[in-house]
Design a protein around this ligand. Structure first.
Ligand SMILES: NC(=O)c1ccc[n+]([C@@H]2O[C@H](COP(=O)([O-])OP(=O)(O)OC[C@H]3O[C@@H](n4cnc5c(N)ncnc54)[C@H](O)[C@@H]3O)[C@@H](O)[C@H]2O)c1
Length: 312
């Protein structure tokens, strides 16, 4: 019997790569998405697959299906998208989590939550370990996402304590790769798109703020390892690439790999933009035997190749 797996947000950037990988591992995959930020193009190559199904549905409404494992990825992830309809963003995280946890409880499925490094807010400790409680503004423009994801984590742990549900929580740090949305304002896609179009590369602030970037294949490997880890491993566990770059260094790499003549220009930092973000992945190493394998240079080259194809 093939394992029946539900992926919410399966038509999005990470979700579509996860569906690819699960099908390669001989699973029966049901993808649920309302195409808020995802696209049919991301999963078009899977539509003829015998063990792939898609349901168009908003997870803020209950869903009645059968599954043995649920990966809950549905939620817009980039600030431009999650700030477009902040109330819906909170609903997706909170009502969505309640619905998916309720489903997992009914059908006795194991459920994994795609949480985020944003639960750490603008951190005072560096790198961030899972026991750091975070510094999040509850009333800012990022709060719909940050606090929504924090509340979803609370729900996961309450279902675990109250109902002994099989939960898994991962906190994902910046991930990039093919199928990122070209206009989502995330730094890697922004820089690549601007470089390929020969437009100025926009750096917010002085470019000295740092980020760590994990390639999508590494991240998907981490999700699958977490889902299939022993029951007592519930998380939260950080998944990300600890090698850190300044935003300026990233822009310079993109310029080099695209052979672009774009210029770097500097704009004011948006509200609540964190200065530093770097995962401590000791727990992922120890409990999942996981660490990123793809170098930033290789990952960037793959991503640039994707955007070149996309733009013809
Ligand atoms: N990409 C990253 O760097 C990153 C970092 C941290 C956390 N995450 C988390 O991983 C998950 C996937 O992120 P992504 O980068 O693939 O984003 P994405 O925006 O590409 O994918 C999200 C998917 O969820 C779908 N969706 C949104 N609201 C929905 C709803 N109410 N009902 C059904 N479907 C809905 C969208 O249409 C889209 O297909 C998100 O939960 C995000 O918070 C991603």
């Amino acid at each position: 019997m093939k394992k029946r797996i539900l992926v919410t947000g399966g038509a999005g950037f990470l979700g579509s790569h996860l569906c690819d990988r699960l099908l390669k591992e001989d699973c029966d995959v049901l993808c649920v998405d309302n195409y808020y930020t995802g696209s049919k193009q991301n999963i078009a190559h899977l539509l003829d697959h015998q063990y792939f199904e898609i349901i168009r549905q908003d997870i803020t409404f209950p869903l009645y299906v059968e599954a043995e494992q649920i990966y809950n990825l549905a939620c817009p992830a980039s600030p431009v998208h999650y700030q477009r309809d902040p109330v819906q963003t909170t609903k997706t995280s909170v009502h969505g989590a309640i619905n998916m946890l309720g489903l997992a409880k009914r059908v006795k499925a194991r459920i994994l939550q795609a949480s985020t490094s944003e639960v750490y807010g603008d951190p005072e400790v560096h790198p961030q370990t899972e026991d750091y409680l975070g510094r999040v503004n509850p009333i800012g423009i990022r709060s719909c996402y940050d606090e929504g994801k924090r509340c979803a984590e609370t729900l996961f742990f309450d279902y675990y304590r109250q109902y002994n549900l099989g939960i898994k929580v991962v906190r994902i740090f910046n991930t990039y790769g093919p199928r990122m949305h070209p206009n989502d304002g995330r730094v890697v896609s922004n820089f690549i798109v601007q470089a390929l179009r020969g437009e100025d590369i926009t750096i917010y602030g002085g470019g000295q703020q740092t980020r760590s970037f994990c390639y999508v294949d590494d991240l998907v490997e981490g999700l699958i390892r977490m889902m299939n880890s022993p029951a007592q491993v519930v998380g939260p566990i950080n998944l990300g690439n600890p090698s850190e770059f300044t935003i300026r260094e990233l822009a310079e790499k993109v310029l080099r790999f695209t052979e672009s003549r774009s210029k770097l220009i500097f704009m004011p930092l948006p509200q609540d933009d964190p200065q530093q973000r770097q995962p401590d992945i000791s727990q992922a190493r120890e409990k999942l035997g996981w660490q990123p394998a793809v170098s930033v240079d290789d990952g960037l080259k793959e991503t640039i190749a994707y955007f070149k194809r996309l733009f013809g």
